[in-house]
Ligand binder design. Structure first.
Ligand SMILES: NC(=O)c1ccc[n+]([C@@H]2O[C@H](COP(=O)([O-])OP(=O)(O)OC[C@H]3O[C@@H](n4cnc5c(N)ncnc54)[C@H](O)[C@@H]3O)[C@@H](O)[C@H]2O)c1
Ligand SMILES: [Zn+2]
Length: 386
């Protein structure tokens, strides 16, 4: 027998910018990045994929982009943007994936060119996936426009679309070339999306950083009053914790542990069971609530801490219950979570705020007890609102 043991390592690096008015001609963020990555004798192309939900609110955006590149002629802007609907529909219906691939082919976007995407997490997941698989990987620039995509989904290394009615069944790990977070986009978010994105901040705080959890508790009023400075701080802190985890841990998830997916085993299933009427962040909030109550009934988390976490979610106007929790299909979410990662089921539960620990099985009786308890809270809340 002969064997050649192949081994090499590759290091990854990408900047995540925090700015405002990204396409203002005086904003050097994007043009400096493109200049820095110039290759002599080569004029790179850039093709934009834009969330129609964003365009509806920013009808001048396309003109701003085109003016911006007129002033920065070092790059060849494809004048026709690909416009796709916002929200989960773009990940559910493959025609949008194909539309982007067709445009990549038609405009001859090669590996040295850029596919830039502007939009919420769903559009970025779709565009990121198309960029990752076309020609085995085109440089991808992300411009996230929601709280969730700026603090979580847009800054990481994952992309994907839904398939077989399973979330992110198709997808890759692929690092972006750059991420540009423009806080101005947040000002026009629907209240639901403003709130939903904060669920990921609560999640990362619970798993990683008690002082960030306390910061969230102390800044609830400002966040709910849509104070942009407070939200920028939340996003920066949350994105930093997220990025730190990726670089220190297992960025391409070769193991079975996924602490950043705390609360997600049920959240992903709830999105499907509600036919995506729940936003990802809302489903995550309910998923967090379920696992927090589970952690309490499991004997790990004190009642005081459990109530404190649920209170924060509710103060941020995030849901902690939906009737789909009682759907018997919910438990399949655990199995699907395991299958998605492979290996042993590994789910994080909480010992304390900022302190999680993996378990390899979950007790169905305790899950049911936690759901019944959450339902009871919902009934009490509804009665007190009558
Ligand atoms: N890749 C990852 O690591 C990762 C992590 C977490 C979540 N996700 C995915 O992210 C998606 C959720 O993303 P999301 O919460 O951003 O929601 P979304 O992408 O579904 O967007 C929600 C709505 O907001 C609109 N919108 C976007 N920007 C806007 C703006 N500035 N002003 C007004 N409206 C705007 C969109 O058109 C859409 O209708 C899910 O598909 C989820 O699975 C991916
Ligand atoms: Zn998430």
């Amino acid at each position: 027998m002969k064997v050649i043991e192949q081994s090499f390592s590759v290091s990854y690096r990408y900047p995540v910018f925090f700015t405002q008015y990204l396409f203002d001609k005086t904003n050097p963020c994007l043009s400096d990045f493109l200049d820095k990555n110039k290759v002599a004798g080569l004029k790179k192309k850039i093709l934009f994929v834009i969330d129609k939900g964003v365009l509806l609110i920013y009808p001048s955006l396309e003109k701003e982009i085109s003016d911006y590149f007129e002033d920065h002629p070092g790059i060849d802007l494809i004048q026709k943007n690909i416009k796709v609907p916002g929200g989960e529909l773009v990940k559910n219906d493959q025609q949008y994936f194909e539309e982007i691939l067709r445009a990549i082919d038609y405009y001859k976007i090669d590996r040295h060119s850029y596919l830039a995407a502007i939009g919420g997490g769903a559009v970025l997941d779709l565009a990121g996936y198309a960029a990752a698989v076309a020609h085995r990987g085109i440089r991808h620039i992300r411009v996230p426009t929601t709280v969730l995509s700026q603090n979580d989904s847009g800054v990481g290394v994952k992309n994907g679309i839904n398939y077989y009615t399973k979330k992110n069944f198709l997808g890759t790990f692929a690092t972006p070339a750059a991420v540009l977070n423009d806080a101005q986009f947040l000002t026009t978010l629907h209240q639901r999306d403003w709130n939903a994105g904060m669920a990921e901040a609560v999640k990362v705080a619970l798993v990683k950083d008690k002082s960030f959890f306390e910061w969230l508790e102390n800044n609830t009023v400002q966040l709910m009053q849509r104070d942009l400075a407070a939200m920028q701080e939340l996003i920066f802190k949350c994105a930093a914790l997220h990025l730190q985890h990726i670089s220190n841990g297992d960025p391409f998830e070769t193991g079975s542990s996924r602490p950043l997916d705390f609360g997600h085993w049920s959240a992903h299933k709830l999105e499907v069971l509600t036919d995506f009427t729940l936003r990802h962040g809302e489903a995550v909030s309910i998923g967090i609530a379920l696992d927090v109550v589970y952690s309490h009934f499991y004997g790990w988390l004190s009642e005081h801490t459990m109530l404190r976490i649920l209170q924060l979610l509710q103060n941020l106007d995030l849901p902690i219950y939906t009737p789909e929790l009682e759907n018997k299909e919910l438990l399949k979410g655990l199995q699907e979570f395991r299958e998605h990662l492979g290996g042993r089921l590994t789910v994080l539960q909480l010992r304390d705020i900022g302190k999680g620990e993996n378990v390899h099985e979950m007790d169905v009786t305790i899950i049911r007890k936690a759901i019944a308890w959450l339902k009871q809270q919902e009934i009490i809340a509804l009665k007190s609102n009558e």
